[in-house]
Design a protein around this ligand. Structure first.
Ligand code: AMP
Length: 279
């Protein structure tokens, strides 16, 4: 399977396939079935498929979090190879992506970077857009695939693409879950077995909220009640949003696209999840 470590090699390779549909799946590695679902989606639509594996330092606002981020390169390459041997892997060193200084560029995100995840993780979305914009310039894909699990990230990338006329289709893909409902995440392996099992309550709770609650206040009450039964878990925020404006709403109606977003911390690991309320 072709693995490229430099921008130069990568660009040369891309030129060879000029004219064929290119799909990019940006990842930070420690691949799980959520990542693989994005790769499989690209396989159905694209001819020249690129998976990037790069733990992007600028999107971590905490050094400790960056240091303990799981790394499983050999397994990652095996997993990609088992899907198809013709998938290209872009595996740059930090100095390749940040040759001068490890810092984010500035972006106007219409304040989407200052709410929810952005409150507890200042600079996170600037880091995400910095690396995504660099990857887009290097690979020049037609399609780029992102998971709905990181819903705020997905919306920020979509908005940035739209407002800056970036010629890449942003393709969203549904959240893949563990058997107990916990959204798959590379960080889940940092949880103890018992907490990982217990964490299944979060998605159960979101699904029940969707079924029985009539407005945002009822949802918040129900989630607080559920979290009170799982004291190891700290609820960071819960919000019902209008998917288009990303503004918090209390009344969600069938004809409006709305989502319930949640973030919780346990054993020093931040978990996020979300569910569509209108379908
Ligand atoms: P990461 O490696 O965490 O940066 O994730 C790379 C991409 O995979 C992002 O677009 C994520 O939203 C997506 N992703 C992560 N977890 C899941 C999941 N459980 N289901 C679907 N996509 C996911």
């Amino acid at each position: 399977m072709p693995v490229f470590k430099t921008i130069l090699e990568t660009k040369k390779q891309r030129i060879k396939y000029n004219g064929s549909k290119c799909g990019l799946i940006p990842t930070m590695g420690s691949l799980h079935k959520g990542h693989l679902s994005l790769i499989k989606k690209s396989l159905k639509r694209d001819d020249d498929i690129w998976v990037s594996i790069f733990i992007n330092p600028t999107q971590f606002n905490c050094e400790k979090d960056l240091k303990k981020y799981p790394k499983n390169l050999d397994e990652d390459l095996e997993k990609i190879k088992s899907i198809s041997k013709k998938i290209n892997v872009f595996l740059p060193a930090e100095s390749e992506i940040y040759p001068k200084k490890i810092e984010s560029s500035k972006f106007n995100m219409n304040n989407l970077n200052n709410i929810f995840e952005g409150v507890d993780r200042p600079g996170h979305f600037e880091g995400v857009l910095t690396v995504v914009s660099k990857l887009f310039k290097i690979i020049n894909p037609d399609n780029a695939y992102f998971g709905e699990k990181d819903f705020q990230q997905l919306c920020i990338i979509k908005n940035w693409q739209k407002h800056n006329n970036i010629p890449v289709n942003i393709i969203a893909s549904p959240t893949i879950r563990e058997k107990n409902g916990l959204a798959m995440s590379s960080r889940n392996c940092l949880l103890s077995k018992s907490i990982r099992n217990e964490a299944g309550f979060i998605f159960k709770s979101l699904s029940e909220c969707k079924k029985i609650c009539r407005n945002g206040n009822e949802i918040k009450e129900k989630l607080l009640e559920d979290f009170n039964k799982h004291l190891a878990f700290k609820l960071n925020y819960v919000a019902c949003i209008d998917t288009n404006s990303f503004l918090e709403i209390n009344e969600f109606r069938k004809f409006k696209e709305s989502r319930l977003l949640i973030s919780a911390s346990v054993e020093g690991v931040r978990l996020i999840d979300n569910i569509a309320l209108n379908n």
